[in-house]
Design a protein around this ligand. Structure first.
Ligand code: TYD
Ligand code: MG
Length: 441
């Protein structure tokens, strides 16, 4: 097949590769693409939308509940799923476990690896306690061979590990280049749609340009999942960032154990420690439909340099500056001359404004060197006037706090009557009041 090089910025093309687009002058934008004859049969017709049957997508549940939740109920027939994540995060492990689950119930799974040999994959399977019954393995990188083999096997699921090692002989570009990743991606899409075989392609997130990352494929595939978390922490979060067949809000939480990934039914316990110290309080974040409790810690100490440090992990640094200003002006708690460090336990990223109050109280606790009663939840957005603004999903958050055995919740004032559960719910109007409740002064 003939190919040409197309500018990704302006669409100009040339017969040979160039470092710089001759039309728009941008560098590194010429990507190899096949030249296709785009002739359709003369008999082609459009269809009236209103007359079409709205067939519900057919789904098969995987049997790994965290995974089913993220996908919106299971794998949809003929869909193409991209699983992205940092190298070493556990993508191959997750897919092997899913392969095993499906092979037990739904039929064969074809696992294609361009990264690891049969021996290596077998070793991992053994470590995971997976017999490999019903899992067909192929070590291959040529996509023409792979598609033929997959057609012959006609599996319930095809797994490609990873897209960056695959190539089509149609293009001269190297495996992993934008051109190859994109062309192979669309080949797999065509394959999934034609055969109805669910196809999952694994893509490594890459930091540098030579190898194309999963972003290159996001617009092609039906569903984009990212597997995130800290390599050095045990927990992993699986997040759908695009889903043509479901919501993108749900997350799945897994723990990496010695025997593979385990779904965490009760994720809050990962992010709360058992001991209370000054400067620590529990906040709540909502991921999809799930409330998650997270401990935040603050530490203040006298500044050694002229300029006090403001350091955050998992929380916006500018937001910290704002909270410090509000604490000083509206509650008389002064961080002047103090370094201030804020940390969300477990390496989770906290972006919800509802975490403001908890973080402000953790700072106040450290500055005053007074502990807040262990098991205190604080939720509320803090305004510049020191007012505590309402947050959504308060009932959900309180229920989770109750489930986790917390005793006290400091929350914004609201109109409904407070829940009469086991947890003591204290409504506060402003930061001064919140501080009074937290420290009993
Ligand atoms: P892997 O699935 O190979 O990551 P990826 O495919 O995303 O590159 O997982 C790699 C890490 O997972 C590796 O550092 C070891 C760890 N691991 C466990 O902790 N327990 C296990 O049972 C397995 C199979 C892997
Ligand atoms: Mg891998």
């Amino acid at each position: 097949m003939k190919t040409q090089y197309v500018c990704q910025n302006c669409g100009a093309f040339s017969q040979k590769w160039m470092g710089r687009c001759p039309a728009c002058g941008m560098y590194d934008v010429m990507v190899e693409e096949p030249v296709e004859a785009k002739l359709a049969p003369a008999s082609i017709r459009t269809a009236t939308l209103g007359k079409l049957d709205s067939a519900r997508p057919r789904r098969q549940s995987i049997g790994i509940s965290e995974m089913d939740l993220v996908l919106g109920g299971g794998l949809v027939t003929g869909s193409l799923i991209l699983l992205g994540g940092d190298p070493g995060i556990g993508k191959s492990t997750l897919m092997l476990q899913i392969a095993d689950q499906l092979a037990r119930g739904q039929g064969t799974v074809v696992y294609v690896s361009g990264e690891e040999s049969a021996d290596q994959v077998k070793l991992r399977a053994e470590r995971l306690g997976i017999s490999g019954q019903g899992i067909e393995f192929l070590a291959e990188t040529d996509i023409a061979t792979i598609l033929t083999a997959a057609r012959n096997a006609s599996p319930a699921l095809l797994i490609i590990d990873s897209i960056q090692t695959m190539y089509t002989a149609v293009l001269a570009s190297a495996p992993g280049s934008v051109a190859q990743v994109r062309e192979c991606g669309s080949e797999f899409m065509k394959f999934a749609k034609e055969t109805g075989i669910v196809t999952v392609i694994i893509g490594h997130v890459t930091k540098y340009g030579a190898i194309a990352g999963p972003k290159t494929l996001e617009h092609i595939v039906d569903t984009v999942l990212y597997f995130e978390g800290d390599r050095y922490q045990q927990y992993r979060i699986l997040r759908a960032i695009k889903n043509r067949f479901g919501s993108t809000n749900e997350i799945g939480v897994f723990e990496m154990t010695a025997t593979g990934l385990q779904g965490v039914a009760n994720p809050s316990r990962l992010f709360i420690s058992d001991t209370a110290a000054s400067g620590s309080v529990i906040i709540s974040v909502i991921e999809g439909s799930r409330p998650l409790l997270v401990e935040v810690q603050a530490l203040t100490s006298p500044t050694f340099f002229n300029y006090p440090q403001r350091v955050t992990t998992g929380f916006d640094q500018k937001r910290l500056a704002l909270l410090l200003a509000v604490l000083e002006r509206r509650a008389g708690i002064n961080a002047y001359g103090l370094d201030c460090f804020v940390n969300a336990v477990g390496g989770i990223k906290v972006t919800e404004p509802s975490s403001d109050l908890g973080i402000a109280l953790a700072i106040a606790s450290s500055i005053r060197n007074k502990t807040i009663t262990q098991g205190t939840l604080a939720v509320g957005e803090v305004g510049l006037g020191g007012e505590i603004r309402p947050v959504y999903g308060l009932d959900l958050r309180l229920k989770e706090a109750e489930k986790m055995g917390l005793q006290l919740a400091i929350v914004p004032t609201r109109n409904e009557t407070a829940s009469n559960g086991k947890i003591d719910v204290r409504e506060v109007r402003d930061i001064r009041e919140a501080v009074a409740v937290a420290f009993g002064s």
